[in-house]
Design a binder for this molecule. Structure first.
Ligand code: DQA
Length: 153
């Protein structure tokens, strides 16, 4: 059997991380985020497959893929967080745990960012810790997967 795998999924405009609104999202790039998650996951023997898209349907496809190919998903759905019933339904359709992460503290920003369509169907949410939130999300996700594995054995 291959190594355990996590999917790291990033939504629209996160390909511009580092260049985009650095006062809000910081100066580190998406590649830096991927490295951060890979290192956190490797400590526990997990591998990471990373995917970014600006297109809602592509994100739905990857959430569905996780059912067969990953133990869980770390997702920053970006602006689709606040609008996407399609992403919410995709998460509901799979059995694998999903952790939602936001770089900024969405709750201290515009009111349209306060609501997440996805949070009610996710296992957890990390908000407002900058890109370090991705590492926290990975640790929380792995802890969850490993503790559930133990309960079932
Ligand atoms: C974000 C917050 C969203 O409201 C925004 O649309 C993003 C990034 C964050 O990581 O803080 O694109 O998900």
């Amino acid at each position: 059997m291959g190594k355990k795998r996590l999917f790291l999924i990033n939504g629209p405009n996160l390909n511009m991380l580092g260049k985009r609104e650095p006062d809000t999202y910081g100066k580190k790039s998406l590649d830096d985020v991927v490295t951060l998650v890979e290192q956190a996951a490797a400590d526990f023997g997990y591998e990471v497959t990373s995917f970014q898209s600006n297109h809602e349907g592509d994100l739905v496809d990857w959430i569905q893929r996780a059912e067969e190919e990953a133990e869980g998903i770390i997702i920053n759905p970006a602006a689709y967080t606040h609008t996407s019933i399609a992403l919410r339904d995709a998460i509901s359709a799979i059995s694998k745990p999903v952790v939602e992460i936001h770089i900024s503290n969405v709750h201290e920003r515009e009111s349209f960012r306060h609501n997440s369509m996805l949070a009610p169907v996710c296992s957890g949410q990390v908000v407002g810790f900058g890109i370090d939130g991705y590492r926290l999300a990975a640790l929380g996700m792995i802890q969850k997967i490993e503790s559930e594995g133990r309960n079932h054995s």
